[in-house]
Design a protein around this ligand. Structure first.
Ligand SMILES: *Cc1c(COP(=O)(O)O)cnc(C)c1O
Length: 388
């Protein structure tokens, strides 16, 4: 029996998988069971932010596994304290809640926003506006928050109290931002939705309108955060600091970790007993996360990300078959002139290059540590595919 057959026999068929069994990796490349290597421009959907088995990260994680793999949140651990302190220092947020995924981080943000409003204004002000074409996760609440009609199927009844604003439509925002709204939740760059950055004027309008009404702004930086766009948070480039920001994907270098950060205004809204997670803030994941934070916040690292992003983008823009590029930094959408993104991804795999797709675009989320040589090699493979 092949690994594919073995897995398909026992794992629920929820994923469309590429026909390859990834076995091991180092740096920007991984290898399958047969030893064939692949340059990874997807980094496990932006999770392996430092590439495969980065030395400092591996060291930190292994040391922690040998010391203390887990205890519950009934007790304190030093590594959780260190990770939380560093994360708050880097981002300028007051406090964090740790969980294990992007959906859970958003779930926490939704609960926080509703309780903030309930504590201050009582019942009936619980609606959360999100954007059409957004993606916030697969739990029932975050699916309800996700602005795609196709996701609002099968699992009825969905969680009430969400409404959807058309991205970049300020009039629609103003029409829907009424007295029942407690928060607006957005991705600065809609990732799953096709790597589309929001317009500055629309983001400005959201922050201005929410400030006036004491409505919280939640930014879902699960995909855009932790250096992906060339700044630690993408919000820095839009000149805004949300009340609540959620992180996951790249935050712990490939270990399950989600974080919901809150500013002074709402850092203590989720009080004792109002939220929790058995695994949240797990010591091993915190150790991995701390290694990521130490790397990403080191002097010059984010300058390097921006420089590499500019280098990669310039190369991509000149490839035949590329219509336009979107996104910011190392979060890149590639619109194609005539080829289908899915076909390109399959052909790239064949050639030894892993890429992602988002809607009708190719999506690249290479490790933040990628070298120019690996960029050159990957782009050459993609050029071959596009020329076919
Ligand atoms: C991936 C993603 C999520 C969901 O994260 P999970 O870890 O899969 O739950 C939520 N929001 C955004 C913007 C994402 O990209």
């Amino acid at each position: 029996m092949t690994t594919q057959e073995q897995l398909n026999a026992s794992v629920m068929p929820t994923y469309g998988r590429f026909p390859v069994v990834i076995d091991h990796g180092a740096g920007e490349s991984c290898a399958d069971e047969t030893g064939k290597t692949y340059i990874d421009f997807g980094s496990g959907i932006g999770t392996n932010s430092l590439g495969y088995c980065n030395a400092a990260w591996t060291e930190a994680v292994c040391r922690q596994v040998h010391t203390l793999q887990h205890t519950s949140n009934l007790y304190y651990t030093k590594v959780q304290a260190d990770f939380a302190q560093k994360l708050c220092e880097i981002t300028g947020y007051e406090k964090v809640f740790f969980c294990n995924s992007g959906a859970e981080a958003n779930e926490c943000a939704i609960k926080l926003a509703r309780k903030y409003s309930f504590d201050k204004y009582g019942k009936g002000r619980h609606k959360i506006l999100t954007l059409v074409n957004s993606f916030h996760g697969r739990s029932l609440a975050t699916l309800s928050a996700t602005g795609h009609e196709v996701f609002h199927n099968y699992f009825f009844p969905f969680v009430e109290g969400f409404d959807f604003v058309t991205a970049n439509d300020i009039a629609d925002l103003q029409a829907k931002l009424d007295d029942t709204v407690c928060a607006v939740m957005l991705e600065y760059i809609q990732g799953e939705g096709g790597v589309n950055a929001l317009e500055q004027a629309f983001v400005d309008a959201i922050f201005e309108a929410c400030e006036k009404r004491d409505v919280l702004v939640i930014t879902d930086e699960v995909q855009t955060g932790v250096g992906r766009t060339g700044t630690f948070l993408a919000g820095e480039q839009f000149g805004h600091k949300a009340d609540v920001v959620t992180l996951a994907k790249g935050i712990a270098g490939g270990l399950p970790m989600g974080a919901c950060l809150a500013n002074e205004k709402c850092a203590d809204v989720l009080d004792k007993g109002s939220h929790g997670s058995t695994f949240g803030g797990n010591p091993v994941c915190c150790a991995g996360g701390l290694a990521v934070l130490e790397t990403v916040s080191a002097p010059g690292f984010l300058d390097g990300v921006r420089e590499k992003a500019a280098y990669l983008r310039e190369k991509l823009a000149s490839l035949p078959g590329v219509k336009s590029l979107s996104g910011i930094g190392l979060m890149i959408g590639i619109a194609l002139t005539d080829k289908k993104a899915g076909d390109v991804a399959n052909a790239a795999l064949e050639k030894g290059l892993l890429v992602l797709t988002a809607k009708d675009k190719i999506r690249l989320l290479p490790p933040l540590t990628i070298s120019k040589e690996e960029i050159d090699k990957g782009v050459a493979l993609l050029a071959d595919v596009l020329a076919q």
